[in-house]
Design a protein around this ligand. Structure first.
Ligand code: C5P
Length: 437
């Protein structure tokens, strides 16, 4: 009997899958295979860094470069960083059956075109296939392989009606647009058309793969400490870093929610797609939160709001004098934002949204965690409270959370704050789905 030889393996197909770690510290793109396509533009120099970040995040990456891209950055750089041969032509003789454009995307989770030039977008809009990048995009199976497009061009080229028409067309055809950003351009002009930074593109790719469990919902989050002024330069505050609240805002946005984040004084970047309102004191925070209540479906209060504030803040800096006694301050209690919101929902359940606001609190304790958390949940009149040990988590990237509700307690698996935020968001989404089923 004659055995036929197995078909030679494509040089440009995905490598054999390897199992990624499945805990709260797993690499965010473990197990993903991506095609990174570069088209002509100076932003190509950023794509080397982007490739490095994608690989560090656990993805396997097959690079494809157009002729234009090869004028800006070499194939050798991208080959070294991806550890795989780079595809630069539909006629690549290394591919046994000359069908690289087909094999390229059959096991890929997404094609990321970064940078996407004006001309590439025009080709894609027209369905052209006369060079390798647009050919690979048109030949991909759209149900299982997303097309993510990161435009990079001069502001006039971006603003041109033909470009805008082409962008609308490719989005209608299913492409997901990442950016562009506004800012200084390589040509010296300033405006829309800059490619997103590599780290922003990495975050956008990671976000793309998150389940969209909160699509159509709006989440309001408070985060960080508050600052209660004693005089124009001093005040009472606490050691909350805001990291947990910002991670929850990011995870909710990744899950498809529209997110409003009311942040106390912290130096953290705003997560992509999140609407941020900066405040200073507890009273500012209450004032920022209350008008938002009616327009949101979920309220997550992670802020470490100062319980007390000085009864009066001095107008000018309080000066030290040799013979004067140390100043004394009377304190008054701050409003409890979470309890106020929960009570307002109870009193006025028919808001602008189809469902009543679902309130989630946090309890940061230094001892008897669960006992305090249970009592706090009842006192504030909320369905769910998330307990964590304050001193063990303030400022850190890791945390341990226990969910406390009417039924009892459930610890979340240990992980970094973003992993925990994603688990919490998934849990809240499941509770909302149950409530409306
Ligand atoms: O009472 P305690 O400060 O421990 O409660 C913590 C929870 O209540 C957190 O969710 C916090 O954001 C919220 N809180 C609030 N306004 C306050 C105090 C706490 O929203 N003044």
């Amino acid at each position: 009997m004659k055995h036929s030889a197995p078909a030679p393996r494509s040089v440009f197909a995905a490598p054999e899958p390897s199992a990624g770690a499945a805990d709260g510290h797993a690499l965010p793109l473990a197990g993903r295979h991506l095609v990174l396509a570069l088209t002509g533009g100076i932003a190509c120099y950023k794509s080397a860094e982007l490739l490095r970040l994608l690989v560090k995040a656990g993805a396997t990456v097959q690079v494809v470069m157009s002729e234009g891209a090869l004028r800006f950055i070499t194939e050798a750089t991208m080959q070294a960083l991806s550890g795989r041969p780079v595809l630069t032509s539909a006629w690549d003789a290394r591919e046994p059956d000359s069908m690289a454009h087909i094999h390229l995307t059959r096991q890929a989770d997404a094609v990321l075109v970064a940078p996407a030039s004006t001309d590439f977008i025009a080709r894609l809009a027209a369905g052209r296939c006369d060079e390798i990048v647009s050919l690979a995009c048109v030949a991909r199976p759209p149900q299982r392989c997303a097309l993510l497009v990161a435009p990079a061009m001069n502001r006039e080229m971006w603003a041109h009606p033909a470009t805008q028409r082409n962008v609308r067309r490719i989005v209608d055809d299913g492409a997901v647009l990442l950016g562009p950003a506004a800012g200084a351009q390589a040509c010296g002009e300033v405006g829309d058309g800059r490619m997103l930074e590599p780290a922003e593109l990495l975050d956008a790719v990671v976000a793309h793969f998150q389940p969209k469990s909160l699509r159509g919902l709006r989440m309001l989050v408070t985060a960080g400490p508050t600052f209660e002024a004693l005089d124009p330069v001093r005040g009472l505050t606490n050691r909350s870093s805001g990291k947990m609240g910002f991670a929850i805002a990011r995870a909710a946005a990744e899950a498809g929610a529209e997110v409003t984040l009311v942040a106390g004084p912290v130096h953290l970047p705003t997560p992509a797609g999140v609407q941020r309102i900066d405040v200073e004191s507890a009273r500012d925070m209450l004032q920022a939160v209350m008008p938002q209540v009616a327009g949101h479906d979920v309220f997550v209060a992670t802020a470490a709001v100062a319980d007390w504030r000085p009864a009066e803040a001095a107008e000018h800096k309080i000066k030290k004098a040799a013979d004067a006694a140390a100043p004394e301050w009377a304190l008054v209690e701050n409003p409890d934002i979470l309890a106020t919101v929960a009570a307002s929902v109870e009193a006025r359940p028919h808001a602008a949204r189809p469902r009543p606001l679902y309130c989630v609190g946090f309890a940061a304790e230094s001892e008897r965690l669960l006992e305090h958390a249970r009592a706090k949940r009842e006192r504030k009149g909320i369905p769910l409270i998330v307990a964590n040990l304050g001193p063990a988590t303030f400022g850190r990237d890791d945390n341990a959370l226990v969910l406390v509700d009417e039924q009892g307690e459930r610890p979340l698996p240990a992980g970094d704050k973003l992993a925990l935020a994603r688990l919490l968001v998934a849990d809240i989404a499941a509770r909302l789905a149950l409530a409306s089923a």
